[in-house]
Design a protein around this ligand. Structure first.
Ligand SMILES: C[S@@+](CC[C@H](N)C(=O)[O-])C[C@H]1O[C@@H](n2cnc3c(N)ncnc32)[C@H](O)[C@@H]1O
Ligand code: SF4
Length: 380
């Protein structure tokens, strides 16, 4: 009974060359012409890791995701130093997935060869679009040509697992240009695609100065016809915005959606870690200081921590698990929350009666998948 969910590690790098007008992630533009304070940040990361990995001593690490921000602004040696520290402080699965997010505007062949050498075995390249007008409207620092070169070179260097981040519903986009964009991504034959519809988030430049976005019927057509193109290219949808070739799902992201555990280090990083206490599984959420300067100078990088209550647990579990097209097994509820499935019997029965969930798994029905927000109200 004293088992715990699989454990992942998220490492946040909080700088970008320029802040994109749609982005609400914890990313800060570097000062013009200045390098990121890499040495000081690595020192802070190692200090943060030492504390966090001590708290999960004895467990085995399933995956690492180095995200941002723009982690490809770091040197390969810097990434190597952090990964070496991780591997010497915690037992790691032998074929552990190690993903690094890369921006095509920061692509240098030598650096990317170095990331591969240092143990990064999966790249997530932020392409967003292959249309220069869209890229400009999105405030990206790279052109379509640079994005294509970056993908081609990553493939030539030997990265076998590459995710492309692409967005749709972009300013000025039509059905034809949206599908052409998608087809160009698919033509690279990478094993994974994240295809997000652009959302306008509060606290972004687009929120205060909204761009001209395609009409709702164009958005629906891009989504529907895009799905057909993606399936035809041999990738299957397994989450709302994630598509992969068989057996190439992102193991790190799957662990989030299955309500696994993850340690979060770096400025503003979030973590969720479970442990057993007096026969009960306790789930703690931990958030780190958000401002890079404060994070780097702090003796204790923790900003807040919170023990998830049984009521919160139910909704949080289903918010993640129901994003997966195949859902999760009923056994996963007990295994990853420590709560008996009987605590959600009534909610499950009502959702199934309304035709929003499948009978034997914790899985949305096609109708529930379409109206996910309505389905989640059953678990509030
Ligand atoms: C945390 S970002 C980091 C990726 C990397 N910094 C880059 O932009 O190249 C991860 C992805 O989320 C997506 N994204 C960010 N903001 C978004 C928004 N407002 N709407 C839809 N997708 C968004 C983008 O596709 C982006 O590549
Ligand atoms: S490069 Fe990525 S993380 Fe940085 S501002 Fe743009 S979308 Fe956000």
């Amino acid at each position: 009974m004293y088992t715990l969910p699989a454990l992942s590690l998220y490492i946040h790098i909080p700088w970008c060359v320029r802040k994109c007008p749609y982005c609400d992630f914890n990313s800060h533009a570097t000062q013009a012409g200045e390098d990121i304070p890499e040495a000081a940040y690595i020192a802070a990361l190692l200090q943060d890791l030492a504390v966090e990995l001590k708290a999960v001593a004895g467990r085995r690490l399933h995956s690492v995701f180095i995200g941002g921000g723009t982690p490809s602004l770091m040197s390969a040696a810097g990434i190597g130093e952090v990964l070496t520290f991780v591997k010497t402080h915690i037992d790691c699965e032998s074929d552990m997935e190690v993903t690094l997010e890369a921006n095509p505007g920061t692509f240098e062949q030598a650096k990317f060869a170095g990331f591969l050498e240092q143990g990064v075995n999966r790249l997530s390249i932020g392409v967003q679009s292959f249309d220069d007008d869209c890229l400009q409207a999105l405030g990206r620092i790279h052109s379509a040509r640079q994005a294509k070169l970056a993908i081609g070179k990553a493939q030539a260097l030997g990265f076998e697992r590459i995710n492309l981040d692409l967005m749709h519903g972009l300013p000025g986009q039509t059905l034809a240009s949206g599908l052409a964009d998608l087809q160009q991504a698919l033509d690279f034959g990478t094993d994974h695609l994240s295809w997000y519809q652009l959302t306008i988030e509060p606290n972004t430049e687009f929120y205060s100065r909204p761009p001209n976005l395609p009409d709702e019927d164009v958005l629906v057509d891009i989504q529907d016809q895009g799905q057909v193109l993606i399936e035809a290219a041999g990738l299957s949808q397994y989450e709302i915005s994630a598509y992969s070739k068989p057996a190439s799902q992102a193991r790190h992201n799957l662990n989030y959606w299955r309500f696994g555990d993850y340690v979060g280090v770096g400025a503003g990083a979030h973590g969720k870690v479970s442990y057993w206490q007096d026969g009960n599984m306790v789930i703690e959420r931990r958030v780190k200081l958000r401002q890079p300067k404060a994070y780097m100078s702090a003796i204790n990088a923790l900003s807040s921590s919170h023990i998830v209550t049984p009521e919160e647990l139910q909704l949080e579990f289903f918010m993640n698990a129901l994003r997966l097209q195949a859902g999760v097994s009923t056994d996963d509820y007990l295994a990853n929350t420590g709560q008996a499935l009987t605590s959600v019997t009534d909610a499950l029965a009502s959702a199934r009666k309304a035709g929003l969930m499948m009978p034997d798994r914790l899985q949305a029905s096609p109708l529930g998948w379409r109206f996910l927000n309505d389905l989640l109200t059953y678990f509030e």
